[in-house]
Design a protein around this ligand. Structure first.
Ligand SMILES: Cc1ncc(COP(=O)(O)O)c(C=O)c1O
Length: 400
């Protein structure tokens, strides 16, 4: 919604009706508020935004600089550079244990456009899309924006935030066109096991329903194994696999991700790219080849650091009155239950930012079923995470 400080004009702003249905990602709003407090001289610990705090590995940065010098500064093919598409096809074939060819890969600016384009390409008004709730807010936002019917499947803490396959089966109707799954999961850190994914596949059976499998955190799994529904027999042509460079290689600001899907759908997603972005930046794509083919030790280093921070932070949260937190199995988020504080999530997250100096997100930023929870990212130093815990503890001692 426009704010009071925005300049107004005499002319009515004649927006399209669908704009009233477009949601947002609260993380960016909380970040802005935290920055405003910092400007006033307050010290804030940032645990709100979902991005690695590490720099992009230097071999990737150097590959991009080299590409710039070599003239990779022009438009490229809308679906992505052939060499990068081939590299991604090999990478996905190897990591997901399913043969993928380059014409099934579309490179886009970040993982997010794959969500947007998939829903735009597949969903008509009234078509039903089942999506995780709590979940990445862009799913619900985009379904509503396009005029689809957003059908939430609740992820419950007592199931370690995996989905209940019987509930999923009960939500599938003749109008279900797309099911979105996300593992490792934002915001809970839940990871679907191989047998749970096989159960999801079983619930879908041989219906002609597509699955958008958001695997953007696939390299950040601390317990369990990576398993994609794309590798389940009969599901390759019904899966759109979303992955990218943002989280794995600390490249959030580069804007590069990809989708893997049947070639006929890839053709339409490419057409959406031609109509919107033309192509992903060429020199970043050259660096993407280095990211996937080059030394992977930085990925392991980051992952080990996230795991150590997760262990420390979860143990610390569990010592705070009114907080209880399960151990997340993947990604870099913790999702403590705060119902025993007696505070609603949004009010508590605001108080922690304004009064304790710790920026986090309300569980409700991830949908209605996020009430009763907060999300803290552990993509910050152990020192800052420790400080955040002690500031929260002090605030709780004073206010609860
Ligand atoms: C589950 C999930 N999917 C997709 C994305 C989008 O990633 P990108 O920054 O590459 O667009 C995010 C980013 O936070 C995410 O958490």
């Amino acid at each position: 919604m426009p704010t009071a400080t925005m300049p107004t004009t005499q002319l009515e702003l004649r927006l399209a009706g669908r704009m009233s249905r477009l949601g947002t990602e609260t993380a960016f709003e909380v970040l802005n508020r935290a920055r405003a407090l910092e400007k006033q001289g307050r010290e804030i610990i940032h645990l709100e935004i979902g991005e690695p705090d590490f720099d992009t590995p230097s071999n990737i940065v150097e590959a991009a600089v080299d590409a710039l010098h070599k003239g990779w500064t022009h438009y490229g093919p809308s679906a992505g550079l052939p060499d990068l598409r081939q590299t991604i096809a090999e990478y996905v074939s190897r990591t997901r244990n399913v043969p993928v060819s380059s014409d099934e890969v579309v490179v886009v600016p970040g993982g997010k456009p794959i969500i947007f384009f998939t829903i735009l390409a597949m969903i008509d008004e009234g078509d039903e899309v089942i999506y995780p709730n709590p979940g990445f807010p862009i799913y619900e936002s985009m379904i509503n924006y396009i005029g689809g019917r957003a059908v939430p499947i609740q992820l419950r803490e007592e199931r370690d935030f995996s989905l209940d396959v019987n509930e999923l089966a009960s939500l599938i109707t003749d109008r279900t066109k797309l099911i979105i799954i996300n593992s490792p999961h934002n915001p809970t850190g839940g990871v679907l096991t191989k047998s749970e994914i096989l159960d999801v596949a079983d619930a879908i059976g041989d219906r002609n329903i597509m699955v958008l499998s958001d695997e953007i955190y696939s390299r950040l799994i601390y317990e369990g194994e990576e398993f994609s529904i794309m590798s389940v027999p009969g599901f390759k042509e019904r899966t759109i696999l979303l992955d990218g460079f943002s989280k794995t290689y600390a490249m959030t600001g580069w804007r590069m991700g990809y989708g893997v899907m049947r070639p006929d759908l890839a053709w339409y997603i490419t057409r959406l790219m031609t109509n919107s972005n033309s192509c992903t930046a060429s020199f970043t794509q050259v660096a993407g080849i280095e990211a996937l083919r080059g030394d992977q030790s930085s990925v392991d280093k980051m992952s080990n650091k996230f795991r150590a921070r997760r262990d420390m932070f979860v143990a610390g949260l569990n010592k705070i009155k009114g907080f209880s937190c399960r151990m997340p199995k993947g990604a870099f988020y913790t999702f403590p239950n705060i119902t025993k504080t007696g505070w609603p999530s949004k009010k508590l997250s605001e108080a922690l930012l304004e009064e304790a100096g710790v920026a986090c997100l309300s569980g409700t930023a991830f949908g209605a079923f996020g009430e009763g929870y907060l999300r803290f990212s552990v993509a910050n130093s152990l020192e800052n995470l420790n400080k955040a815990l002690s500031w929260i503890e002090a605030w709780v001692a004073k206010n609860l």
